[in-house]
Design a protein. Structure first.
Length: 508
């Protein structure tokens, strides 16, 4: 018999209980949809770390890909081919380009459907060059009027797949992308990140044919939200800066902001600085910088932030993951993963996937590139390390649509976040954090062991097969434990419903 905890007399029928329980769960799902609609779909956050700023000398580029609360992402590998397609046509906007017949092996995380384009987003190729595209940005009206975006120019959906297979260094990535923009134009304002074992380059598109790129100082990091961030361009220094041809004269001719004595400030010339930036973008820079450089005291609503920062301690992959999982965690602005119309957090319900692309030094080339993937929101997911010199990816990472699928890796981790949403503090701290820590320890141990075992495999084909199997084992290990976690959360949520309704349960 079910007794009301306050009166001990009134009975609650089972049907009424089920309606109340469904109301709470549906409320959680509805809130996810609401928060997804609060921002444009292409909102992301980027973290970039130079090799001398990391603990092990790796270069790291990372980003949360934001889109929708129920938009599954896949993880695939494209095989090397000498007879590839020669013409590429985007399904997103019919952007067309002729491609070389030879393209390298590369990984990517495309959308579950190709209806709107590929949206490969992030990956590492066989030359151990990593690419993440894109960090969506906004350009000011004056710049766009001077050089409008091109309807059928290159856009986010096509970038990874027409650039990453054909480059052999981070710098080459910038040059290839720049040449495409010169010939075909750009359809939108974006930030694109490239890295190899030595360098990290960050590139921004400011108008239809105008772009700039900067090499990240090796001992610095950057937190980049959805805004143009590249400042003063010293274009005579070609080792550190690259830009579209005649950029300086273009800025002068159209009297854009940011020009002084032959030098252009790209963000001032093409970017924005408005109320939306104060609420949605700048606070995310503050949150990332307070985690990596806590010694520097700043405010989330201050007017400007330094782009390249020095961290208080050497940065690890795990620390980058902490930044990407943050919702102003452990501060008075903590949003518990929601956007409460004060400041927009880094971690959001519309995180489709979060990637950390690590190019490791001092190891064999075949195991240098690691693609760490956390499906859905990293705050309630886990980063699984994947070697990229592989011939296949785990089946559970190749399935999933916009409807729940218990076998899909995306939906396993998405379900964890959904179940935690009604009880963000108790469920996250009591149940999710311990499993995350446990799985992280296991994955790091497995990665270390796989690195060691791989050194004894001489044949390329055998090594690729071994690394593919290692990825499979890591994926199964993590997903199995999160499946068990989800089952536990479902069980616990039923008792939470009664507790919130002040209902005591007894037999009889």
């Amino acid at each position: 018999m079910i007794h009301n905890g306050k009166t001990n007399n009134n009975l609650l029928k089972v049907g009424e209980y089920m309606k109340l329980y469904e109301k709470i769960i549906i409320g959680a799902l509805t809130s996810l949809t609401f928060f997804a609609g609060a921002l444009k779909a292409s909102a992301c956050t980027t973290v970039i770390v130079g090799s001398k700023a990391t603990k092990d000398g790796s270069t790291i580029i990372a980003r949360n890909e934001d889109n929708s609360t129920n938009w599954a992402k896949h993880f695939i590998v494209h095989a090397h081919t000498d007879t590839g397609q020669t013409t590429y046509v985007s399904k997103g906007n019919q952007f067309t380009i002729r491609l070389p017949k030879i393209h390298q092996r590369y990984t990517s995380t495309p959308d579950w459907t190709q209806k709107h384009g590929q949206y490969g987003e992030d990956g590492i190729n066989e030359s151990n060059v990593a690419m993440s595209a894109t960090e969506s940005t906004d350009s000011n009206r004056k710049a766009i009027k001077a050089d409008p975006f091109v309807k059928r120019g290159i856009s986010e959906d096509a970038m990874l797949d027409v650039v990453l297979p054909y480059i052999h260094s981070a710098r080459q990535g910038v040059i290839r992308m720049g040449n495409i923009i010169r010939k075909s134009g750009a359809a939108e304002s974006d930030g694109i990140i490239f890295s190899d074992k030595n360098e990290v380059w960050y590139m921004e598109i400011g108008a239809g044919h105008q772009w700039a790129a900067v090499r990240i100082p090796a001992n610095r990091y950057a937190i980049i939200p959805n805004q143009l961030r590249i400042g003063r361009l010293r274009l005579k220094n070609h080792k550190k800066y690259l830009a579209s041809k005649h950029l300086v004269s273009f800025v002068r001719k159209h009297k854009l902001l940011g020009y002084s004595k032959g030098i252009v400030n790209f963000a001032k010339a093409f970017g924005t600085s408005n109320k939306a930036d104060r609420q949605e973008n700048d606070p995310r820079i503050w949150d990332g910088q307070r985690i990596l450089t806590p010694s520097k005291k700043q405010s989330p609503d201050q007017r400007s932030f330094q782009m390249f920062m020095k961290s208080d301690k050497k940065i690890t992959v795990q620390k980058v993951g902490q930044v990407l999982a943050s919702h102003f965690t452990n501060t008075k602005y903590d949003s518990k993963g929601r956007w409460l119309n004060k400041f927009r957090p880094i971690n959001m319900p519309m995180n489709d996937e979060s990637h950390i692309l690590q190019i490791r030094p001092h190891v064999a080339k075949a195991i240098s590139g690691i693609q760490w993937l956390a499906m859905a929101s990293p705050d309630t997911s886990v980063y699984v390390p994947f070697y990229t010199d592989i011939n296949n990816t785990p089946v559970t990472y190749q399935i999933g649509t916009d409807r729940y699928d218990s076998k899909s890796a995306f939906w396993t981790y998405k379900l964890t976040g959904v179940l935690a949403q009604p009880y963000p503090n108790s469920f996250t701290n009591r149940y999710i954090r311990p499993i995350q820590r446990k799985v992280n320890r296991q994955l790091l141990r497995h990665l270390k062991n796989s690195d060691k075992q791989s050194s004894a495999i001489a044949k390329t084909a055998d090594l690729q097969t071994y690394l593919t199997a290692s990825n499979q084992a890591n994926a199964v290990l993590a997903q199995k434990q999160f499946d068990e976690l989800n089952a536990n959360l479902i069980t616990k949520s039923t008792s939470e419903v009664f507790r919130e309704l002040h209902i005591n349960v007894s037999k009889g």
